[in-house]
Design a binder for this molecule. Sequence first.
Ligand code: FO1
Length: 309
Amino acid sequence: MLVTLCGGVGAARFLSGLVQVVPPTSITAIVNTGDDLVLHGLTICPDLDTISYTLAGLNNEETGWGVVGESWRTMERLRSLGGAAWFALGDLDLATHLFRSELLRQGATLTEATQQFTEALGIEVTVLPATNDPVATKVTLAETGEELDFQDYFVGRHHEPRLRDVRFEGVDSSTPGPSVLSAIANAELLIIAPSNPIVSLGPILAIPGLRDAVEERRSTNVAISPIVAGAALKGPAADMLSDLGHEPTAVGVARLYAPLAATFILDEADAVHAPEIEALGMTCRITNTVMSSPAASSNLASVVLGVTQ
Ligand code: FO1
């Protein structure tokens, strides 16, 4: 079994490569829930949905989120009524939030609702929310000291403001979701996907017991750098790293992950950094990590799997 700790787009692209090279049933994706929000009374789980849509071949590749071939009639109508349309829920995507929210209202856990959703989409990868407890990422803006909910910052403010702090509300009293710790303990290989280390991996690793479980098996863990040549492929990861006092490079990411993984996957563009990363006690594998096509994703997955061979 393979376990991947996942955020959104980068992790989804990596998983779409992994399923090309190993049976999907042998993969468990443990997914961030810190970006989740309740809007219009609906529970929206962006990272779980990006992963699920991508594995089902339904993801909108242009935006990176939402459903391919989407229409926006409900949002247009909502806007004309004066409703909150800042967070764009497409007509097809809305069905996901209706489906999940009704299951939760009837008493299902997020794990159970996710299982029903992924089964309905024909997904054979096991997709697990990292926790069933409410954990909400909050950011403090550097300039004003104002604290915002993650999506108010990310979508509402186009992730432009610089940050002073990030915290995960509720995480201290959260517990890992069912099967999460056993999946981590029993995996042949654990992969830290190329996701934002602060707001995608951060909320997962902050769940009590989770970081320890990952550290305990460090020798067979692999981390993939989400930063290539000093920039994130998507989103504000590089700015966030630097705002919070980390070097916004693959080396900065490696410093965060050195206690967690023995192997670090580095892009060819960053090969020059390999000696500095190896000095942290990690072994580097250098390859193309930019998943610009299905072939690039499967190549990256093969390199990661090569760690066990
Ligand atoms: N991102 C945007 O930039 N604008 C949106 O209006 C937006 C809506 C949205 C709806 C459902 C969903 O699952 C994701 C959505 N996202 C949107 C993406 C989301 O904010 C981010 O991908 C993540 O939370 C960051 O990883």
